[in-house]
Design a protein around this ligand. Structure first.
Ligand code: B12
Ligand code: SF4
Length: 459
């Protein structure tokens, strides 16, 4: 007799209280939709409860009461850890016999601390389509095989914390297409009444920037979907008829320019009419690839430029040069694609001089959009370990400070930096609309910093 259909799983995406970015777009929980699809393929009953924009704990409790499960799987980023903890504690009170597990970026890095402080049955480390399915299928047969499944952390019968080594999915095409039928896609409509679809064509990034969480999650491993699989997912998305805007949300799109060209050629050949945008690195674009990207519907590329200071760029271990930034922006704009740029403010070493280097660079490359963010010190990053060594922070921060993210207390305070940011925006020349947009961006950035300073802590 098949037992898989006797067990039911409820995935929960906890609310996201604004902490660093008031501009956050609400997007569907792709990671959970992948695991849900893998479970359904084995006959397991799954639900996804997306609480992303729920603010009220009472309404969350009533949703939980209406959705009993054998296993509750809670997803967690560092930025919504506090809500995830509260939900786990509530489920424990409501359903004493159900299993509760965590997964996602934050528990992948801090599983030990979480097992010591929160009553959960297991924590899944990294990508979990295989490991979680394995866990559930065994559980449905009454077997507890946690110690044998790769990429799980748990407490054994003696209370000791055990962690099995993780295993990456070599061929990511084996993972079924995300389970779109488990979410209400209309909830994710933008103000233009269309959905911004998120699609991941590859996983991981071969670089090791010092502020980024990815090296701790994917350990520098990069794997790509086949072009045929990406086209299949695009065709599925288009069949929903909710607009044709796609965000290729790879950690680093265009790692391999030949593959990128191949993908674009296939989109063109198959007549897939999409408007898309993505993220890339300034040292990974060339004019031929950009031409094909444009032809296949690419409207915007976001580059993590981070700073105009070579000294800070080196401190970050970004591994590109200022010349690469200038070249990439020139090629992208010449190719008719909007070039957006992310700048991190307040990285250790930031001062008036480095800021003016950033200003100089921005006025040279003249990006179509600039996103300024304060430098967040995320767990598992080299930056975080540097601060730990200096005894400026330790792991207890993540339990004591709700959802707060630490920021670095620099020579220069954030408010004088904000004034500098206004200057940067106003120094851009352009037509009235461009200029109005830039001023709007400046105001938005200011709001973003003010909110950060309310929630986040300086160390
Ligand atoms: C696309 C993306 C976004 C998109 C959409 C996110 C979404 N709704 O899916 C947008 C642009 C909206 C976004 C926003 C933000 N993001 Co983001 N995002 C990503 C990115 C590039 C890919 C995520 C993804 O879909 N991966 C593919 C799927 C397969 O992976 P996954 O979601 O991690 O899920 C897998 C595993 O983690 C695990 N898993 C996850 N949950 C669970 C739960 C259970 C029970 C189990 C068993 C397993 C499990 O299994 C899944 C399948 O393999 C990641 C980088 C990365 N590679 O993780 C950053 C990343 C997750 N984002 C990050 C951050 C910081 C943010 C923001 C806070 C940024 C900000 N300051 O505004 C916001 C918060 C968003 C939110 N609402 O929660 C950080 C998280 C760092 C941390 N320590 O928590 C990451 C790691 C980027 C980075 N380099 O630092 N993001
Ligand atoms: S910041 Fe970008 S390039 Fe650097 S490790 Fe993270 S994903 Fe890769």
């Amino acid at each position: 007799m098949r037992m898989a259909d006797k067990i039911n799983v409820v995935f929960i995406n906890p609310p996201f209280c604004l902490s660093t970015n008031p501009r956050l777009s609400v997007s569907y929980p792709l990671g959970l939709m992948y695991i849900a699809a893998a479970l359904e393929k084995k006959g397991v009953k799954v639900k996804i409860i997306d609480l992303i924009n729920k603010r009220n704990m009472r309404s969350i409790i009533s949703i939980l009461k209406n959705n009993p499960a054998d296993v509750f799987g809670i997803s967690m980023l560092t930025h919504n850890r506090y809500e995830a903890f509260k939900i786990a504690k509530t489920i424990r009170l409501l359903y004493k016999d159900s299993k509760i597990v965590f997964g996602g970026a934050h528990p992948t890095i801090l599983y030990e601390q979480l097992l010591r402080s929160i009553d959960v049955d297991a924590i899944f480390i990294g990508e979990s389509e295989l490991s979680f399915v394995d866990y559930i299928l065994n559980l449905s047969e009454g077997r507890d095989v946690r110690a044998k499944i790769p990429g799980i952390a748990f407490r054994n019968n003696d209370g000791a914390i055990c962690c099995t080594p993780g295993k990456y999915i070599e061929d990511i095409d084996e993972i079924p297409l995300p389970a779109f039928h488990l979410i209400d896609i209309n909830r994710y409509k933008s103000r233009f009444n269309t959905v911004d679809f998120h699609l991941i064509t590859s996983r991981g990034c071969p670089f090791h920037c010092n502020f980024c969480s990815l090296p701790a999650i994917h350990k520098g491993r990069y794997r790509a979907h086949s072009i045929a699989r990406v086209i299949e997912e695009l065709e599925l998305i288009i069949s929903f008829k909710k607009g044709n805007r796609i965000l290729f949300h790879d950690d680093f799109f265009s790692v391999d320019s030949e593959r990128t060209r191949n993908l674009c050629e296939n989109i063109i050949k198959k007549g897939i009419a999409i408007r898309w945008s993505t993220r890339s690195r300034v040292d990974a674009v060339d004019s031929d690839t950009l031409r094909l990207m444009k032809k296949s519907g690419c409207e915007e590329i976001f580059y993590g430029v981070e700073t105009g200071s070579l000294k800070i760029l080196k401190n970050m271990n970004k591994k590109f040069e200022i010349e690469d930034v200038i070249k990439a922006f020139s090629l992208t704009k010449k190719g008719g694609i909007r070039a957006a740029c992310g700048i991190m403010l307040g990285y250790p070493g930031e001062n008036k001089e480095t800021l003016s280097e950033t200003k100089k660079l921005l006025s040279l490359i003249r990006p179509d959009k600039v996103y300024f963010t304060p430098t967040a010190i995320l767990p598992g990053t080299t930056l975080y370990y540097d601060f730990m060594r200096q005894k400026l922070i330790d792991d207890s921060y993540w339990l004591k400070n709700k959802n707060s993210i630490p920021l670095y207390k620099m020579e220069m305070n954030y408010f004088s930096m904000m004034r500098e940011i206004y200057d940067i925006h106003l120094s851009f020349k352009g037509n009235f609309i461009d200029k109005s947009m830039l001023i709007f961006n400046a105001l938005r950035n200011e709001a973003c910093f003010r909110i950060s300073s309310l929630f986040d802590k300086f160390i």
